[in-house]
Design a protein around this ligand. Structure first.
Ligand code: F6P
Length: 523
């Protein structure tokens, strides 16, 4: 086995060799055997990376890199409960929350939550008195995006009717909270306060405001309408939540991986018990695949190697995700946090530069809307980016003609990105012809879902979590910490103190004028 540095060198040689070649030539030359290596086919999901700028030799080197970097050994350490979050000396155990039978502590919390949900649903259906109809979930980042995305994606579908509607407020921006509260009846609302640390300013501020709103709305004991979801039960208790209304998860469950833990509560209520179980089952199936599949057929590993290729070798700065399904709008935001907060780093855990770490910017909007907004840039700007196009075979509506148009657009765009177009005939002439030329060469991975159901969604999210584990190892960064977000939080507290104090003498000169401007502009 060649050394790690030799393999990176070989990979850059492959990159230089393949960079100028049209992707369609790679497709034609590679034939069906190349496709077999780049397509992962499950009954419910097909991932087709055939439009990547890769050939057999480059793929061989990528798998050599995975071997040399010990990616699958890192996977095994994670499932063995070793402290692979080395900078915080923690194991990484989010996957334990989707095992059919898990550790005693997980099982105990699950049983308590199950009981709580049953009681809540009984209150939702009670014939007399005012039933509980809604849950308002307060949390931000990983304590918000996962459950919000699942609730939105699955409950979007007309065929899922839940007894409890889920509302979310993450931002400390009062507009977001106001909009949620305007739609809610205090006496018919329970509130889940989700914060792993139970220190997050936005969440605790929102929670305080909601307590006052409940009281104003005639709820004599607002805390009786609340549950806390946290790794720090003492802090939640000190805040006033009673121990039997606290659902705890371990600090080895990272925020952006915490959907499966009690953090998923609002999604569970929004989509119902059956769909929630299907989500966990899909995620568990992805765990089994990641643990058992051979390297060459291992979906998370293949996805990670493609990212290494596109971003570290071909130096593409971004990956644009285009779901051709409006229900997946928030999936992009979830993936953005999962990948960018995990991998947006340039130092290894030893504090030394990790020279190949190149986490891409991730963004995107549902198609076909994106086509009419920023696709021009994607097709013809000087910067090239990698693409993912997400398509669903069976929608949950009955407008067949719409769906045919949607699918056709997604597939057409994938080909236009990868293969480009030289206009023919009269259109090809002169300057006009040049301007109409699409260079192509943008690598594309197609995700084809049979249906956007809870099982498939669970499988996809868990697979992407595993991809992040692989990428951390390939890039030599710890995917489980997030020190970069701390400074801004501390600084905000200082600026808040400036706002509170009428004496601005102690404000640094570069801030004082602007601060004074805000003070004057506010009522
Ligand atoms: O933005 C940083 C972060 O720590 C995320 O990683 C986390 O998901 C979010 O803030 C919320 O943190 P907490 O769950 O502790 O309130």
């Amino acid at each position: 086995m060649p050394r790690d540095t030799d393999i990176w060198h070989t990979l850059s040689q492959h990159g230089a060799r393949l960079k100028g070649l049209p992707i369609e030539r790679l497709v034609a030359d590679g034939g069906p055997s190349r496709l077999r290596r780049l397509v992962v086919d499950h009954d419910f999901l097909r991932v087709d990376a055939g439009r990547q700028r890769l050939d057999d030799a480059a793929l061989d080197s990528l798998f050599d890199l995975a071997d040399a970097a010990g990616v699958l050994a890192q996977r095994d350490r994670m499932f063995a409960g070793e402290a692979i979050n080395v900078t915080e000396n923690r194991s990484v155990t989010h996957w334990a929350w989707r095992q059919p039978v898990s550790s005693p502590s997980v099982e105990q919390t699950r049983a308590r939550m199950g009981e709580w949900v049953r009681r809540l649903l009984a209150r939702a259906n009670q014939p007399s008195g005012r039933p509980i109809k809604s849950i308002l979930h307060l949390g931000i980042g990983g304590s918000d995006l996962g459950p919000r995305m699942v609730a939105d994606t699955i409950a979007y579908s007309v065929s899922v009717h839940s007894q409890i509607d889920a509302y979310f407020a993450a931002n400390v921006d009062g507009h977001e909270l106001q909009r949620a509260l305007d739609r809610l009846d205090p006496k018919a609302t329970v509130v889940s306060i989700a914060s792993k640390t139970f220190t997050t300013r936005e969440t605790l501020r929102n929670a305080q405001t909601v307590m006052a709103w409940l009281r104003r709305g005639g709820v004599d004991d607002p805390l009786s309408h609340c549950v806390a979801i946290t790794s720090e039960p003492q802090r939640a208790q000190a805040w006033g939540i009673s121990p039997d209304a606290i659902f705890e998860f371990e600090d080895s469950v990272g925020g952006r991986f915490s959907l499966w833990s009690p953090v998923g509560l609002p999604a569970r209520l929004a989509i119902g018990e059956t769909e929630w179980e299907r989500l966990l089952a899909g995620a568990h199936a992805a765990d089994c695949h990641f643990r058992q599949a051979q390297a060459h057929a291992n979906l998370p590993l293949l996805l990670a190697l493609i990212d290494v290729w596109n971003h570290s070798i071909l130096k593409l700065p971004a990956r644009v995700i285009s779901p051709y399904d409006a229900r997946m709008k928030l999936l992009v935001a979830h993936i953005q946090q999962l990948e960018m907060e995990s991998l947006g780093k340039q130092l290894g855990p030893d504090g030394k530069t990790a020279p190949h770490a190149q986490c891409p910017m991730i963004w995107g909007e549902p198609g076909t809307n994106g086509q009419h907004a920023y696709f021009q840039w994607l097709h013809q700007a000087a910067q090239e980016v990698a693409m993912e196009v997400l398509l669903v075979a069976k929608p949950r509506h009955s407008f067949d003609a719409h769906h045919a148009i949607l699918l056709a657009n997604g597939l057409a765009q994938a080909d236009a990105f990868a293969f480009g177009k030289q206009p023919a005939g009269q259109l090809a002439d002169g300057v006009g012809g040049q301007l109409r030329r699409l260079p192509g060469g943008r690598p594309v991975t197609l995700w084809c879902y049979r249906e956007l159901d809870a099982y498939t969604l669970g499988y996809v999210i868990a697979s992407l979590e595993h991809k992040v584990v692989c990428l951390g190892q390939l890039w030599g960064v710890n995917a489980f910490d997030q020190f970069g977000v701390e400074l801004g939080k501390t600084m905000a507290q200082t600026v808040e103190a400036y706002f509170a104090d009428s004496n601005l003498d102690f404000v640094p000169p570069h801030l004082s004028e602007t601060l004074q401007w805000f003070k004057n502009a506010r009522p």
